[in-house]
Design a protein around this ligand. Structure first.
Ligand code: FE2
Ligand code: FE2
Length: 269
């Protein structure tokens, strides 16, 4: 039986101290990094050097070479999300160290951002490359702008999640990665969501503010920096009793379930 934060997902916290680096490697588990604290450390994904800033989401699709380094004077901390328990269950866990030191930088600075961040436009003929996920970067500045713009619109928001955005594949509009979805969610001051349950599980990280979740009969109080898991088919709702906005980043396994007709949702008053 695989072990993880949920039965399909791992949520981890990783710190890279000043001067530290993690060597180049790749694995069959897909990974995401959501930067919680610290600016200026770098990750290299598939030959592109990517500076990390607080609130950024950086993707490492399956079997893509990656490494990290922190040449700043401060530690950097990120939330690491992986589909490793699901991949383990399939007996398909592969891990390779890079055979020859560090992977070379093969792409110009901001390559992905220049190529793929014009909403509604994509390079012609690029669809096949998107099927296994892209090494994409979602910058916090744009994410927060989109979130607050939506929150300011009268009547916008989901009754069960508040104001919530999916991070989508910029080429095919599909999930963040083929086996891992990511969301960013804002609970307005005083907001209480309605109760529902679904067959997908999730791991949440509290990026800003504080509030609580009711999961079945358990009340989970959370505040900035906390991480909590939501098992599949558990009744849940969210509350923000404070006077400040609360922002939750989360990963989920919905993309694994949907293509097989296994995603289901129920609501109650
Ligand atoms: Fe890794
Ligand atoms: Fe939910």
């Amino acid at each position: 039986m695989p072990s993880g934060t949920t039965h399909t997902l791992n949520g981890c916290l990783q710190i890279l101290c000043s001067g530290e680096s993690a060597p180049t490697h790749r694995h069959s588990a897909s990974a995401i990094r959501f930067i919680i604290k610290g600016n200026g450390a770098c990750t290299v994904v598939d030959g592109e050097k990517i500076p990390m800033k607080e609130g950024d989401l950086i993707l490492t699709p399956t079997m893509m070479w990656h490494e990290h380094s922190n040449e700043t004077s401060e530690p950097v901390i990120w939330f690491d999300g992986l589909d490793a328990p699901f991949v383990d269950l399939l007996n398909l866990s592969f891990f390779d160290p890079y055979p020859d030191g560090k992977q070379p930088i093969t792409k110009p600075d901001s390559y992905t951002t220049k190529r793929l961040t014009m909403a509604g436009l994509r390079p012609a003929g690029s669809r096949p490359e998107a099927n296994f996920g892209l090494p994409f970067i979602y910058r916090w500045e744009e994410t927060y702008q989109a979130l607050t713009r939506l929150a300011a619109l009268e009547g916008e928001g989901d009754p069960y999640d508040g104001v919530v955005l999916d991070y989508v594949n910029p080429i095919n509009g599909g999930p963040t990665l083929p086996s891992l979805g990511c969301q960013i969610q804002l609970l307005r001051p005083g907001e209480n969501t309605r109760v529902h349950r679904h067959t997908s599980s999730a791991v949440y990280h509290v990026f800003r503010g504080s509030g609580y979740s009711m999961v079945n009969d358990e009340r989970i109080e959370w505040t900035q920096g906390d991480t909590f898991a939501l098992p599949p088919w558990a009744w849940h709702r969210f509350g923000n009793p404070t006077s400040k906005e609360a922002i939750l980043f989360s990963i989920n396994d919905k993309p694994i379930l949907e293509p097989h007709g296994l995603y289901r949702e129920e609501t109650k008053e």
